[in-house]
Design a protein around this ligand. Structure first.
Ligand code: GTP
Length: 601
């Protein structure tokens, strides 16, 4: 196909506005898949995506479209996720596109991720086609949605705005026409050396790393000798091809096209998303600009659960990270849990999805510690080569006597909500240390912007927001800066032995209440023993809350049974020995203990 007939575009929108449904319709109308093959949400085929009803991974598909002008066009589209925790996926997809269809649900209007994704698309200089979806829905307010869209950008004011139902297929033909009419063909130089962007990747145990690429210049041939410029890795293409949506082998990929290359590389670290792929014999002189690395917002420890080995966890994590470059990890060691990993996520939902993917795709079950934010700790005794310690693991938080002051990562949280929930949201945000920066009205919607510490957002803020607004409010977060905070570390001792993996960092004013709630929850989640076990919360060397986990059986010495004094003494002695033994902490903690921290309210 000549480059001038190729169109590469992404479908972007707020969560649930209908991207995957539109992708299904496009594949159907272009006969990429037959109606028989087409099941709802054809592209959201990962188990976790079906379980949660959301897109987690971007999907690339090549379609051929016969335009009303009589010309055949090649449409490479990328269906992207809508949830804020997967915006890194969106930005990678946009780097491989020339245009974007911006879908807006007519029953909800413009939402936080509509604006955020539009901003990302404009940063990538993409041509935008705004489209109103769900016009078949009785609750659709097409006119109000159109007005909101027109206010987003000056160029939208005059532009025809398409109104469709991705579900019924109504007017989807107009979208297909607009794509070749409005989105430009890729700008390429076919005669130049090969230059392709690796915008995604996955691992296959037989084929090694499969890189998803967009070719900017030159041509890629099957069996060609190639080079990854950043990693300086050379290899021979084992197979090249396109997505239809399944992988289909081709002999060549041309400038402007999107496809895959099977590298055969088994070392997952050698292929990095954002790298430039070029010819090994005739390399391009300049690599493409790489992606900004994702900034982890939330950290948690991942440890192998019973029946999973550390080696299996390590392998699964490294392969999964290849398929999700916003997921980061580093090896760490816990006294209580042994060797594991400190992992970085874009949010709590991202954490949950990674945990589920490890189980579903790699059969690896992990024990997850309570999530936390990033802290910068400035010490009284200045450090030699650095200004502060960067703490992503509460266990590494220095002793309070050494700390001068601490700063924590803050985000700008933008909440879009119908008017009537405003009061409840303001109350919730204040409880979570939110400081209001801005409040503005967009027809019936209110947009409130808060400055908030990540630790306050990371726990249950999103769920609480959804609950009080019955799912109507939306949240978008963006990193702001590090700000001074007054925080302390709560350490948990079970039966007098500290359990490092349970350490958490909390604001000082909330420490007493949190400690109390925490030990209360532990009472029912710590596995019981034959003797009562104290659970204590320690802050700055002082025990500030305590509870006793009841014994499995009644205390032998006081159970009211008729026993001789010597028998009772014998039993008491045995219990004391048990107690001392247990203080060495051989208690295996179940996930529910860590979840107790997660669910603190
Ligand atoms: P994420 O990728 O998770 O952000 O979702 P999405 O934007 O891909 O939305 P999806 O296509 O999964 O659609 C969300 C819901 O809206 C599904 O229940 C669809 O059936 C429904 N839906 C999508 N398009 C239409 C439409 O045109 N009309 C109606 N009535 N429902 C629609």
């Amino acid at each position: 196909m000549k480059t001038k007939y190729i169109r590469n575009f992404a479908i972007i929108a707020h969560i649930d506005h209908g991207k995957s449904t539109l992708a299904d319709r496009i594949m159907e109308l272009t006969q990429t898949v037959s109606q028989r093959e087409s099941s709802d949400q054809l592209l959201d085929n990962m188990e976790v995506e079906q379980a949660h009803g959301v897109t987690v991974k971007s999907r690339t598909v090549r379609n051929f479209y016969q335009g009303d002008d009589g010309q055949e066009y090649e449409y490479n589209f990328i269906d992207t996720p809508g949830h804020v925790d997967f915006s890194y996926e969106v930005s990678k997809s946009l780097a491989a596109s020339d245009g974007a269809i911006l879908l807006v649900d007519a029953t909800q209007g413009v939402q936080a991720q509509t604006v955020a994704n539009l901003r990302l698309a404009l940063k990538n200089h993409l041509t935008i086609i705004p489209v109103i979806n769900k016009i078949d829905n009785a609750a659709a307010n097409v006119q109000a949605t159109e007005e909101q869209i027109r206010q987003l950008r000056p160029e939208f004011a005059q532009m025809p705005i398409l109104k469709i139902s991705a579900k019924t297929g109504q007017n989807v033909h107009q979208v297909l026409e607009a794509i070749y009419q409005r989105i430009p063909a890729p700008v390429t130089t076919a005669a130049s050396p090969l230059k392709a962007l690796v915008f995604d990747s996955q691992y296959d145990s037989y084929k090694g790393v499969i890189a998803y690429i967009r070719i900017f210049d030159g041509q890629l041939q099957d069996s060609q000798k190639l080079q990854l410029m950043q990693q300086k890795v050379n290899f021979k293409a084992q197979e090249i091809g396109i997505f239809t949506p399944n992988m289909k082998k081709t002999a060549a990929l041309n400038a402007g096209e999107v496809g895959y290359v099977i590298t055969g590389i088994k070392d997952v670290g050698s292929v990095q998303v954002g790298d430039t792929l070029t010819s090994a014999d005739q390399p391009t002189s300049q690599a493409l600009a790489s992606f900004q690395p994702a900034r982890s917002m939330v950290y948690a420890g991942f440890y192998p659960k019973d029946g999973t080995s550390y080696a299996a966890l390590k392998e699964a994590i490294s392969k999964l990270a290849l398929n999700d470059s916003s997921f980061q990890y580093l090896a760490e060691e816990s006294e209580a849990l042994g060797p594991g990993f400190r992992c970085g996520f874009l949010g709590i939902f991202h954490l949950q999805i990674i945990r589920e993917r490890l189980l579903k795709e790699y059969q690896v079950e992990v024990l997850t510690t309570a999530p936390n934010a990033t802290y910068h700790v400035y010490l009284k005794k200045p450090l030699v080569n650095q200004e502060y310690l960067t703490i992503t693991n509460p266990v590494k938080f220095p002793d309070f006597s050494e700390i001068d002051y601490v700063t924590e990562s803050y985000v700008k949280a933008t909440i879009t909500t119908p008017n009537n929930y405003l009061g409840d949201i303001m109350k919730l945000a204040t409880q979570h240390d939110g400081e209001m920066i801005e409040l503005s009205n967009q027809q019936e919607l209110v947009v409130i912007t808060y400055k908030m510490p990540v630790s306050e957002i990371a726990y249950d803020f999103f769920n609480a927001l959804k609950a009080i607004t019955h799912g109507y409010a939306t949240l978008d977060t963006e990193f702001l800066d590090f700000e001074l905070v007054d925080v302390v570390k709560i350490q948990i001792q079970i039966n007098y032995a500290p359990v490092d993996a349970l350490d958490i960092i909390v604001p000082r004013p909330k420490a007493a209440q949190t400690a109390k709630q925490l030990v209360q929850k532990m009472k029912y989640t710590v596995p019981r023993r034959l003797y009562p076990m104290p659970v204590q919360a320690i802050v700055e060397n002082k025990s500030i809350a305590r509870i006793d986990v009841p014994p499995l059986r009644k205390n032998a010495a006081v159970n009211g049974e008729k026993r001789s004094i010597s028998k009772k003494q014998q039993l008491l002695r045995r219990q004391n020995i048990n107690k001392r033994k247990a203080a060495q902490s051989d208690i295996k903690l179940p996930q529910s203990v860590f979840d107790a921290i997660l669910n603190l309210n």
